[in-house]
Design a binder for this molecule. Structure first.
Ligand code: BEZ
Ligand code: FE
Length: 304
């Protein structure tokens, strides 16, 4: 048949993928065609709207660089990243909840001794973070690398600043858990911050009257052998954006009470010069395999 009605067209395009050798690729493509055609029919998409969409996606691609992934940002603000996370982590069985990796994981975090102040040269309220990594039974997991990274007092990650190339990382490090599964470090209280808004994603956020803010959080990537890599954040209780995270990444269990303290010493016995905050959070790891994600910069270098 040469000529198709609206619905026959959909069936014909689906059939055109019938001989795809990889069954999963065939399934994904045929389902994609169904959803896309359905969208066009349900919305009576006009030529102008279709052209706008093509131009928007073109500009999204053009905004990408080895260290900027505008398509992932688009996936984030449309809730697709969190949906992919949700369907892949349906059964947590008591393991710590997961959330988005985000674009500011640069990998190759340097191992720092416990207690290190990873934001020593930065202004901000001081915070002591104490944490522990266990299995689902609460048994400590020793020798586990834990990458952490967070935004500074102005809402920027080190990798977003020109000084990153010369001064190196800040508010970013790797700690290795001790025999009791514990690690601890000093830093500053992160603050809420906007996702990058100088591209097509920002344009959509502004035009649709959404805000671009993420509630304050610290990122953790826990990679324990014999367990699924855990990509998550710990959010600061009380943040005004907890209920409206622009990337929909908040889960109740990931919100930690941050205690205000005035004790003259911190939990490791060292003096505190000013009042400080205490974050306490434990990570429970799910048995299994898998490899930790590669950061964008590493992927870009490999592909080059
Ligand atoms: C982040 O938390 O670093 C992040 C996540 C998704 C989009 C933008 C930033
Ligand atoms: Fe973040």
């Amino acid at each position: 048949m040469r000529q198709f009605s609206e619905t026959e067209l959909t069936a014909a395009v689906i059939r055109s993928f019938d001989d795809t050798p990889d069954p999963r690729a065939k399934f994904l493509l045929q389902e994609l065609v169904k959803s896309l055609h359905d969208y066009v029919r349900r919305t009576d998409l006009t030529f102008e709207e279709w052209e706008y969409a093509i131009d928007y996606l073109t500009r999204t691609g053009q905004k990408c660089t080895p260290i900027r992934q505008e398509f992932i940002l688009l996936s984030d603000v449309l809730g697709v990243s969190m949906l992919v996370d949700a369907v892949n982590h349906r059964e947590r069985e008591g393991a710590t909840e997961t959330t988005v990796l985000g674009p500011f994981y640069v990998g190759e975090h340097k191992v720092a001794p416990h207690g290190t102040d990873i934001s020593a040269n930065l202004p901000g309220d001081r915070m002591f973070v104490q944490s522990r990594v266990t299995d689902l039974e609460g048994k400590p997991l020793a020798g586990v690398p834990v990458d952490i990274w967070h935004a500074d007092d102005d809402g920027f990650y080190d990798s977003q600043k020109a000084s990153y190339a010369t001064e190196g990382p800040s508010s970013r490090a790797r700690f290795i858990t001790d025999a009791d599964g514990r690690f601890f470090f000093r830093t500053i209280l992160p603050c809420s911050y906007p996702i990058p808004t100088d591209g097509p994603v920002g344009e959509m956020i502004v035009q649709t009257r959404r805000h671009a803010m993420r509630p304050a959080h610290v990122h953790f990537l826990v990679d324990a052998p014999g367990h699924q890599p855990l990509i998550t954040h710990v959010f600061m209780d009380g943040d005004k954006y907890l209920d409206s995270d622009v990337v929909f990444g908040v889960k109740d269990e990931l919100v930690a009470k941050i205690e205000k303290r005035t004790d003259p010493t911190m939990p490791d016995g060292k003096p505190a010069a000013t009042p400080w905050h205490l974050m306490t959070y434990e990570f429970r790891m799910k048995p299994g395999g898998g490899s930790a994600p590669k950061p964008m910069m590493a992927k870009a270098t490999e592909d080059a």
